[in-house]
Design a protein around this ligand. Structure first.
Ligand code: NAD
Ligand code: TYD
Length: 350
C-alpha cells in the first residue's frame, strides 16, 4: 500500500508526511519540484525511513507522474503542490498559473489514465484529495457569515484565482470522468516549517533580529488560523471517510486581526526572550497589499458533523509552540535566509 503526496517538501506537506509515517507502515511517495519553498531538510527526521521515497520533479511532468503511478500503484494522491504565496502571485503570477492550474490539470490527466486501468478491487478505495484554500471564496464581510461549502467562489488574487481554477478542474474530473476526487478548502495554517515569507514566521524572525515587523494597511484584516497538525488530521479523516465528489471546509475557529496576532507574538517573545524594550515597538504599518482580502472565516460544521473533526490545538498553545519552535530551530531558518530570500524581502517591502 502506498500514497502519493505532491509538494511534500513544503510547509503543510512535510508536516503531513511526518505525521502520517508515525502511524503507519504504508509507503509515502513524495513528488516535489523543490522550488524555493520546498526544503528537504523539513523531512530529515524521516528521510531514511524504509517506507519513504522522494522524487524530485514536477506534477506537470506526465512521464514522471505516469512512471510513479505505475510503479507504486498508490491508493491515494494528496495534492499539496502549489505556488502558495499571495504576495509573490501579485509580483509574478505566471508560476501560479503553471503549477496550480496547468500542473494540476496534468496530474489529473495522469490520474484519470491510472484510475481507468486500476484493478477492480483498487478502484472503490482510490481517492484524489486536492488540498485547497479558503481564499477561493474571496473576502468575507467584517461581521458576515463564515464561508461554508456552498459559498460562491470570488477569488481576488492571482494565487486564489489559480487555486479556484484548479478546484474547478478537480470537480470537473469527478463529474465528467467519475474520478473519486475530494476537495478541501482550509483556512490559514501556522506551525513548524512554514517558509518565513508568510506572516507568522516572518513576524517572529524579524522581531528577534530587531527588524521592523511589517503590517499591511491598518492591520485590521482577519484570518482564521489553524495549527498545521490539525489540518493534517482533518485531511486524514477526509481521506478515510470523506465522500468522493464532495468538498469539506476546514478552519481554525480562531479569527484574529493581523495586528492583534503580531502583538500576541511580541508578548510571547517579551516573556520568553526579553529585550530592552517590547518587541511591539518594532511594529510598522506599511503600504497595503493590492486586492487585500479583509476577512477569511470558515464554517467547519460539515466536517465536524460528518467526520467528527474539530481543531485540537488552542490558538494560545499553538502560537506559543510555534514561537518556541522558530527560536529553537534558527539553523533551519538561517539555511533558508540566503540571497534569494533577501532579494524577495527587498522587492516586496521596498
Ligand atoms: P508551500 O509553498 O510551503 O509548499 C509548496 C510545495 O510544493 C513546495 O515543497 C514546492 O517545492 C512544491 N511545488 C511547487 N510547485 C511544484 C510543482 N510544479 N511540482 C511539484 N512540487 C511543486 O505551501 P504550503 O503552505 O505547504 O501549502 C500546501 C498546499 O496547501 C497548497 O496547495 C496551498 O494552496 C494549500 N493551502 C495552504 C494554506 C496555508 O496557510 N499555507 C492554507 C490552505 C491551503
Ligand atoms: P500570509 O501569511 O501571506 O497569508 P495569506 O495572505 O494567504 O492570508 O498573510 C497573512 C495576513 O498577514 C494577510 O492578511 C496579509 C498580512 N501580512 C502583513 O500584514 N504583513 C506581511 O509582511 C505579510 C507577509 C502578511
Amino acid at each position: 500500500m502506498a500514497i502519493l503526496v505532491t509538494g511534500g517538501a513544503g510547509f503543510i506537506g512535510s508536516n503531513y508526511i511526518i505525521n502520517f509515517l508515525e502511524d503507519t507502515q504504508e509507503t509515502v511517495i513524495n513528488l516535489d519540484l523543490l522550488t524555493y519553498a520546498g526544503n528537504p531538510e523539513n523531512l530529515s527526521s524521516i528521510e531514511d525511513s524504509k517506507n519513504y521515497q522522494f522524487f524530485h520533479g514536477d506534477i506537470g511532468d506526465r512521464n514522471l507522474v505516469n512512471k510513479i503511478l505505475k510503479t507504486y500503484e498508490p491508493r491515494a494522491i494528496i495534492n499539496f503542490a502549489a505556488e502558495s504565496h499571495v504576495d509573490r502571485s501579485i509580483h509574478e503570477p505566471s508560476g501560479f498559473i503553471q503549477t496550480n492550474i496547468v500542473g494540476t490539470f496534468n496530474l489529473l490527466e495522469c490520474t484519470r489514465e491510472y484510475f481507468s486501468h486500476l484493478r477492480e478491487n483498487g478502484r472503490p478505495k482510490f481517492r484524489f484529495l486536492h488540498v485547497s484554500t479558503d481564499e477561493v471564496f474571496g473576502s468575507a464581510s467584517p461581521s458576515g457569515p463564515a464561508f461554508n461549502e456552498k459559498t460562491r467562489y470570488k477569488p481576488n488574487s492571482p494565487y486564489s484565482a489559480s487555486k479556484a481554477s484548479s478546484d474547478f478542474l478537480v470537480r470537473a474530473y469527478n463529474r465528467t470522468y467519475e474520478l473519486p476526487t475530494i476537495i478541501t478548502n482550509c483556512s490559514n495554517n501556522y506551525g513548524p516549517y512554514q517558509f518565513p515569507e508568510k506572516f507568522i514566521p516572518l513576524t517572529i524572525l524579524r522581531a528577534i533580529k530587531g527588524e521592523e515587523i511589517p503590517i499591511y494597511g491598518d492591520g485590521q484584516q482577519i484570518r482564521d488560523w489553524l495549527y498545521v497538525t490539525d489540518h493534517c488530521d482533518a485531511l486524514n479523516r477526509v481521506l478515510k471517510n470523506g465522500l468522493p465528489g464532495d468538498v469539506y471546509n476546514i478552519g481554525g475557529l480562531n479569527q484574529i486581526t493581523n495586528l492583534q496576532l503580531a502583538e500576541d507574538i511580541c508578548e510571547i517573545l517579551d516573556e520568553i526572550r526579553p529585550s530592552n524594550q517590547s518587541y511591539k515597538s518594532q511594529i510598522n504599518f506599511t503600504k497595503d497589499r493590492p486586492g487585500h482580502d479583509r476577512r477569511y472565516a470558515i464554517d467547519c460544521d460539515k466536517i465536524n458533523k460528518e467526520l467528527g473533526w474539530m481543531p485540537y490545538e488552542s490558538f494560545e498553545s499553538g502560537i506559543r509552540k510555534t514561537v518556541i519552535w522558530y527560536l529553537e530551530n534558527q539553523e533551519w531558518t538561517d539555511n533558508i535566509i540566503g540571497g534569494a530570500y533577501r532579494e524577495w524581502i527587498k522587492k516586496n517591502y521596498s
